[in-house]
Design a protein around this ligand. Structure first.
Ligand code: ATP
Ligand code: MG
Length: 394
């Protein structure tokens, strides 16, 4: 019998009716994959709860808990002490396993759930027994059923019983892989990694495309994007990254297209290139980190000109977010410190002094005709580099 296990409480997944089984299967597969280097675990689900039991003493429970905190589809998680199904043993386990928390608390209550109806005591009896034992063991404690400092939870299951305190909030969302495949256009900025994370939270499996323009953009800028994706992959799982070289295309735009339309023309080509990558990789949507009004290329009119070349949905999960809200998420998921490193992005080289904030589509289409876009796009797509990004140490 394992001394300690991890319990994951499933969220929205429970509401998915007939699809629920499929959702749970994907979730369990994701959990197994993420725990692979933390040891040997048995992972099973019963009644909206996933049980993660280490198979031997070598399992790294701290690492496993850390991984579980970043799995989408989990609303709450907790480590729990396992006890034999004997009332005395359950009392002892509660006192011992939650010692620190009970010493720090002044009030508590016990809540019990008994899914093994053959267990000879009913839930209120178990709660009363455990409560009495804890009061004796920790005389400074009093019972408060309304606002206790700690809730001692006892679950009596088929093979054993578990004790734990309040679960911690999980990553939420739905399991990655249940929402189709999407292609994130990733720069080294603050927004796109957060946009990637948000779509992964809604179950989307990610592939990434990054545009580079060497020698105007450096190898360090590319490395920064790799490290950002690594952070995102702690939540999203493995991410294939495709890097497309836009140098020649950008030089041609700089030399031949109307200056005030450079940015919007470049963005139309980025979208076209991304779309080709998406088709090749089997992705059904593009994802960007755009937020309305943030810069000249993110006005409603500029987005309309960009979207005019789109043949698939473009998801912009940050469209209504303020920078401060984006920064908050970036800090929480660990991308902020990397994003603020100062490297040039291909969007910020050759930027016009006065970009048109309200571009008109037919002028943009005319302006674009100054270059052989088709050939330049083909040339760019012929020199792609791919990398597979995995969660874990850098
Ligand atoms: P970010 O912080 O994500 O860089 P931003 O506010 O700087 O966003 P832009 O540089 O205008 O905005 O880019 C808008 C979006 O276009 C980005 O969120 C990203 O999805 C995409 N993008 C920008 N540069 C690149 C790039 N070099 N490669 C791939 N996608 C890019
Ligand atoms: Mg950017």
């Amino acid at each position: 019998m394992a001394k300690e296990i991890i319990l994951l409480k499933l969220g929205e997944i429970a509401l998915k009716g007939l699809n629920r089984r499929a959702f749970e299967d994907v979730l369990i597969k994701n959990i197994r994959r993420r725990l692979r280097d933390a040891g040997e675990f048995s992972v099973s689900s019963r009644q909206s709860t996933v049980y993660i039991e280490p198979k031997d003493e070598d399992a790294d429970m701290d690492l496993a808990e850390d991984r579980c905190a970043k799995i989408f589809g989990v609303v709450a998680y907790t480590r729990a002490g396992a006890a034999e199904k004997d009332l005395g043993k359950i009392c002892e386990k509660a006192a011992e396993y939650l010692q620190e928390a009970l010493e720090d608390a002044s009030t508590f209550k016990v809540e019990c759930k008994r899914s093994d109806k053959k267990f000879p005591y009913k839930s209120p009896e178990i709660s009363a027994e455990v409560g009495g034992y804890l009061l004796e063991k920790y005389p400074h404690l009093t019972v408060n059923v309304h606002e206790p400092d700690i809730v001692v939870r006892v679950e009596v299951r088929e093979s054993e019983a578990y004790v734990h305190a309040d679960p911690k909030p999980g990553a939420g969302g739905i399991p990655v892989g249940t929402g189709g495949k999407g292609l994130i256009l990733i720069s080294g900025g603050l927004d796109s990694p957060v946009a990637a994370w948000m779509m992964a939270k809604r179950g989307v499996e990610l592939t990434a495309v990054h545009f580079a323009s060497p020698p105007y953009t450096s190898e360090l800028a590319h490395d920064k994007v790799v490290r950002l994706l690594k952070k995102v992959s702690e939540y999203a799982g493995r991410i294939k990254m495709v890097t497309v070289n836009l140098t020649h295309l950008q030089e041609e735009i700089r030399d031949h297209c109307p200056e005030e339309l450079h940015t919007v023309i470049l963005r139309r080509f980025m979208l076209r290139a991304a779309q080709e990558v998406a088709k090749a990789e089997g992705c059904g949507a593009l994802i960007t980190g755009e937020s309305l009004g943030q810069v000249a290329s993110q006005t409603m009119q500029a987005i309309a000109c960009t979207d005019a070349v789109a043949q698939m949905p473009v998801f912009r999960p940050l469209i209504g977010s303020d920078k401060s809200e984006i920064v908050k998420v970036a800090s929480r998921i660990g991308t902020y410190d990397i994003s603020i490193e100062p490297y040039e992005d291909c969007c910020t080289i050759f930027t016009p002094k006065h970009p048109r904030t309200k571009p008109i589509l037919h002028f943009v289409e005319d302006g674009e005709k100054a270059i052989d876009g088709e050939a330049l796009l083909q040339e760019a797509l012929e020199q792609v580099e791919t990398l597979h990004i995995m969660p874990g140490k850098i």
